[in-house]
Design a protein around this ligand. Structure first.
Ligand code: NAD
Length: 476
C-alpha cells in the first residue's frame, strides 16, 4: 500500500483503494492509503505547526527545494508520463507533456521565490515612511481534480511553497498515483517536516475536513461547479481565503474567412484530445453559415481519422474516458442531445476494443440550438455541439451566452473581427487561430462568470492568492 505523508512521516491507514487503469480494467497500478478525518486533522496540525518557520526561512532555501523538485520531475518525465497515462487515460505524449509542464512550473516558482518585492512610499504625514510588503497567507489546503493529475497539483503546490506557505494536499480519488509520486519527490527535497503533507482520501471526509478547519488559512480548489459551491460556502462561513477554478462550456467561433484546415484542427484538438476532459475544451463550435456545411463535412472526416485506443499504445490519438461514471455521464448526454433534437453526425457510443476499458467514439452533434442542455451544461467528455451563426455578431452573442467564462476561441483571418472578439469575449482566456485547450505555464490562467472565483492561478499572478499584503508605517 502507498501511504500518506504527514508531518514528514509515511503513514499507512486502515483503508486503501485500488488504482485501476481506464485503458484496461484488469491492470491495477497499486493500492493507496485512504485517510480518514483523523489523519486529515493530523496533517492540518503538522502544517499549522510548521508555518512560522517556513514562512520566515530564507527564500534561497525555498528556491533550492523547488528547483530540486522541478529537476527530478523533468529528469523522470517519461516514467511519470507513463504512470499518468496509465492511471488517467490520456495518451502517452499528452502524459509526458503534462509531466514536463509540472516540472517547468516548479522551476518557474523556484525563481519566483527570489523575486518577491515590495514598495516603499512617502507618507502624507511628515517623518513617516511606508513599506508595502507581502507575507505568506499561512497554511493552504489544496484540493485537486482528476483530469490533470500532476500539472494542477504542481501549479498550486509550487507557488504555495515558493511564497512561504505550508500545504495540505488532497488529490482526487481517481488519480492517487501521480499525487503519490509527486509527494515522494517533494519528501526528498529538503523541506522541514510538516511543510508539505499528502492526504489521499474521500472528498466528503478529507476534503471537507480542510474546508472546516480554522487552521487552514486558504483553500485552492479546482473541480466541478457543484463542489466549488460547497467550498465557497464553507470558506465564506469562516472567512477563509478561497480560490476556485471550475467548469467550462467553452465556445469556438469559426468565421467564413477562416482557414478551414486550421479551424478543423483547432476544433478537433480542443473538443476531443485528452478525451474532452479539459476544463478548456471547446464543447460549443459556432460556425458562420457561409462555411457551415463545408466545415461539418471536414470535421466529420477528421474525427473519423482519429484512433481511439489504449493510452499507452503508440498511435493512439484519444485514450479512454477516465472512469466508468464519467463514461456513463457522457452517454447520458448523448441521449439528451438526441432527445433535444440535435443531429448526431457521428460517434457517441461506447466502444469495445482489445482491452476492457472505458472507450467512447467522439461525438459530433450538428444543428444545435444554444438553449439545449448539451450546449449549456458541462459534459466533460468527447462531445462537440456544432451550431450555425448568421454572422459575426450573432456568433459572438452565442459565444457569450453561457453561464461559464473560462476560454473562448475564434478562427478567422479578419483583423477587425479578431480584435473585436479579443475585446468582447466574456472569458478569462481568448484564443485566436489556436485551440482553446493548451496553455502556457508562465502566464495567468483562469476564467470569469461561473468558471472561476478569486484571483488567478499560475505565472507571477499566483502571488495574489498565496500572499497577503502588509502596510507598515515607520516614524524615523
Ligand atoms: P469534483 O468537484 O468532483 O472533485 C474535485 C475535488 O474536490 C476532488 O479532490 C474531490 O475529492 C473533492 N471534493 C469532493 N467533495 C468535496 C467536499 N465535500 N469537500 C471538499 N472537497 C471535496 O471534480 P472532478 O470530477 O475531480 O473534476 C472535474 C471538474 O473539474 C470539471 O468540472 C472540470 O471543468 C473542472 N476543472 C476545472 C479546471 C479549471 O482550471 N477551471 C481545471 C481542471 C478541471
Amino acid at each position: 500500500m502507498k501511504p500518506n505523508y504527514i508531518a514528514g512521516q509515511w503513514l499507512d491507514s486502515a483503508a486503501s483503494v485500488a488504482n485501476i487503469s481506464p485503458s484496461d480494467t484488469r491492470d491495477t497500478i497499486d493500492h493507496y492509503a485512504q485517510a480518514d478525518a483523523g489523519m486529515a486533522e493530523a496533517a492540518i496540525a503538522a502544517a499549522h505547526e510548521a508555518k512560522a518557520a517556513w514562512g520566515f526561512c530564507s527564500p534561497q532555501a525555498r528556491a533550492d527545494a523547488l528547483d530540486r523538485i522541478g529537476a527530478e520531475i523533468l529528469a523522470r518525465r517519461e516514467e511519470l508520463g507513463r504512470l499518468l497515462s496509465r492511471e488517467e487515460g490520456k495518451t502517452l505524449p499528452e502524459g509526458i507533456g503534462e509531466v514536463t509542464r509540472a516540472g517547468n512550473i516548479f522551476k518557474f516558482y523556484a525563481g519566483e521565490a527570489l523575486r518577491q518585492r515590495g514598495d516603499k512610499l512617502a507618507s502624507v504625514r511628515p517623518g513617516i515612511e511606508i513599506d508595502v510588503t507581502r507575507e505568506p497567507v499561512g497554511t493552504v489546503g489544496i484540493i485537486a481534480p482528476w483530469n490533470f493529475p500532476i500539472a494542477i497539483p504542481a501549479w498550486k503546490i509550487a507557488p504555495a511553497l515558493a511564497y512561504g506557505n505550508t500545504v495540505v494536499f488532497k488529490p482526487a480519488e481517481l488519480v492517487p498515483g501521480c499525487a503519490w509520486a509527486l509527494a515522494e519527490i517533494i519528501s526528498r527535497a529538503g523541506l522541514p517536516a510538516g511543510v508539505f503533507n499528502l492526504v489521499m482520501g474521500r472528498g466528503s471526509q478529507v476534503g471537507q475536513a480542510l474546508l472546516d478547519d480554522r487552521r487552514i488559512d486558504a483553500i485552492s480548489f479546482t473541480g466541478s461547479v457543484a463542489t466549488g459551491r460547497r467550498v465557497a460556502q464553507a470558506a465564506a462561513q469562516r472567512m477563509a481565503k478561497a480560490q476556485l477554478e471550475m467548469g467550462g462550456k467553452n465556445p469556438m467561433v469559426v468565421l467564413d474567412d477562416a482557414d478551414l484546415d486550421v479551424a478543423v484542427e483547432c476544433a478537433v484538438q480542443s473538443a476531443f484530445y485528452s478525451t474532452g476532459q479539459r476544463c478548456t475544451a471547446s464543447s460549443r463550435i459556432i460556425v458562420e453559415q457561409g462555411v457551415y456545411a463545408r466545415f461539418l463535412q471536414k470535421l466529420r472526416d477528421r474525427a473519423a481519422s482519429l484512433r481511439i485506443g489504449h493510452a499507452l499504445e503508440a498511435g493512439t490519438d484519444i485514450g479512454p474516458v477516465a472512469s466508468r461514471d464519467q463514461l456513463e455521464q457522457n452517454l447520458r448526454y448523448v441521449d439528451i442531445g438526441r432527445q433535444e433534437g440535435a443531429r448526431l453526425l457521428c460517434g457517441g457510443g461506447e466502444l469495445q476494443l482489445g482491452t476492457p476499458g472505458h472507450y467512447m467514439a467522439p461525438a459530433i452533434f450538428a444543428d444545435c440550438d444554444n438553449a439545449m442542455r448539451i450546449c449549456r451544461e458541462e459534459i466533460f467528455g468527447p462531445v462537440a455541439a456544432v451550431m450555425p451563426a448568421r454572422d459575426y455578431e450573432h456568433a459572438l452573442a452565442l459565444a457569450n451566452d453561457t453561464e461559464f467564462g473560462l476560454a473562448s476561441g475564434i478562427c478567422s483571418t479578419s483583423l477587425k473581427h479578431v480584435q473585436h472578439f479579443k475585446r468582447h469575449a466574456q472569458a478569462g482566456m481568448v484564443m485566436v487561430n489556436v485551440p482553446t485547450a493548451g496553455v502556457d505555464y508562465h502566464v495567468p490562467f483562469g476564467g470569469r462568470k461561473g468558471s472561476s472565483l478569486g484571483s488567478r492561478e499560475q505565472g507571477s499572478h499566483a502571488i495574489e492568492f498565496y500572499t497577503t499584503v502588509k502596510t507598515a508605517y515607520v516614524a524615523g
